[in-house]
Ligand binder design. Structure first.
Ligand code: URA
Length: 188
């Protein structure tokens, strides 16, 4: 288990544990409030993220920002990261071995931040974090409690860009997150 932010970030920057390192411009460890009670986990960096080293800054990221703002929060108040820290080629979903190689970083991030609530954005995050037997279409909007953390699976913002009708469902899920966060004292 990695024990400090500097060592974690340095390990991610130098990481060669899977093939995704070969195509990356910059690794994307994650960013936000290191004491956040709310964390968002996406799939993996896309082109804009790969070029900037920051998570969720492209079109899907702009939508995520709007969703966070609609919850009455700002990006700076939460922590945002991904299952894999390097861009998969052609923005494909991470393969199981890539997600497994990167999982110690995500575990370390959760261990350091100790969020109360984790929003799992899409099938890759749900599968990698809670297990591939879970189905996003069946389980979005339903809390899963594990080791003192409340997980809320919902659709990935990129899915909302493809299908606007999903926005309403995601908003229902995020209202549950907002209400639980407020009931437990706010974002940090
Ligand atoms: N999609 C993701 O899953 N993560 C990002 O950082 C950007 C787009």
């Amino acid at each position: 288990m990695l024990v400090s932010w500097p060592s974690l970030v340095q390990e991610v920057e130098n990481c060669r544990k899977c093939r995704l390192c070969e195509g990356r411009t910059l690794p994307v460890p994650g960013e936000g409030n290191l004491h956040a009670r709310l964390m968002f986990i996406g799939e993996g960096p896309g082109r804009d993220e790969d070029l900037t080293g920051r998570p969720f800054v492209g079109r899907a990221g702009q939508l995520l920002d709007k969703m966070i703002a609609a919850m009455g929060l700002s990006r700076e108040e939460v922590y945002i990261t991904n299952v894999v820290k390097c861009r998969p080629p052609q923005n494909r979903a991470p393969e199981a071995d890539e997600a497994a190689a990167c999982m110690p970083y995500l575990r370390a991030q959760v261990g350091l931040i100790r969020p109360q609530i984790i929003v799992l954005l899409g099938a890759s995050a749900l599968g990698a974090v809670l297990g591939h037997e879970h189905r996003i279409t069946k389980e979005r909007g339903l809390w899963v409690e594990r080791k003192g953390v409340a997980f809320m699976p919902t659709f990935h913002p990129a899915a909302l860009l493809r299908d606007e009708s999903k926005k309403r469902l995601v908003w229902e899920d995020l209202k549950k997150v907002r209400d639980r966060l407020l009931a437990s004292g706010g974002p940090s």
